[in-house]
Design a protein around this ligand. Sequence first.
Ligand SMILES: O=P(O)(O)OP(=O)(O)OP(=O)(O)OC[C@H]1O[C@@H](n2cnc3c(O)ncnc32)[C@H](O)[C@@H]1O
Ligand SMILES: [Mg+2]
Length: 195
Amino acid sequence: MKTIVIATKNEGKAREYQKMLEPQGIEIKTLADFPGIKIDENGKTFEENATIKAMTVAKKLQLPVMADDSGLVVDALNGAPGIHSARYAGDHDDAANNAKLLQNLINVPDPKRTAHFHTTIVAVKPDGTKLVAEGRVDGHILHRPTGENGFGYDPLFYVDELKKSMAELTADQKNNISHRGKALRSFMRNFNDWW
Ligand SMILES: O=P(O)(O)OP(=O)(O)OP(=O)(O)OC[C@H]1O[C@@H](n2cnc3c(O)ncnc32)[C@H](O)[C@@H]1O
Ligand SMILES: [Mg+2]
């Protein structure tokens, strides 16, 4: 069994990676297993932030580390919340973020509520050898939260392809179509060479 450290404190992400990687014989550890590591996510792009997370933890632990920087990109808001998705409403609070998003789109009609989720995965070794992969899924922002599954903005994101909100999908259905699932499948195509 290979073990890989994912530089995340987000339990929703960690669950998704675990479900996708375990069947491939890869065990994951997260920052829950290495408490006390402080990461300054001050990059200007998803890739910069994912690199900061992965490098900070790889240097500290002297192990290969992967990180995920992701977010919701809303066209009518010029790409917001984007890289600021986690703290859109100030705190790392999903309900407050969702409420702010609905408020900012209050007068925006359905055809203009287009959006996508984006994930950039960056993996680095302590010597700096880097692997990058990306994924996205397109959809629309709903007018009210729908569904109970997932995390973050999932209840407000209507997946065009499946005609359901992301939070109405099972974990496997979400991983099949999601930004994160696509990024991880692309990442895994080059994983063995990088490792
Ligand atoms: O940095 P780490 O510790 O990994 O955890 P985080 O939650 O801060 O993660 P990001 O910095 O990448 O911010 C991503 C935010 O975008 C949102 N997000 C990302 N992926 C999502 C998904 O699959 N479903 C719903 N919301 C998502 C959610 O609000 C996340 O907090
Ligand atoms: Mg973060």
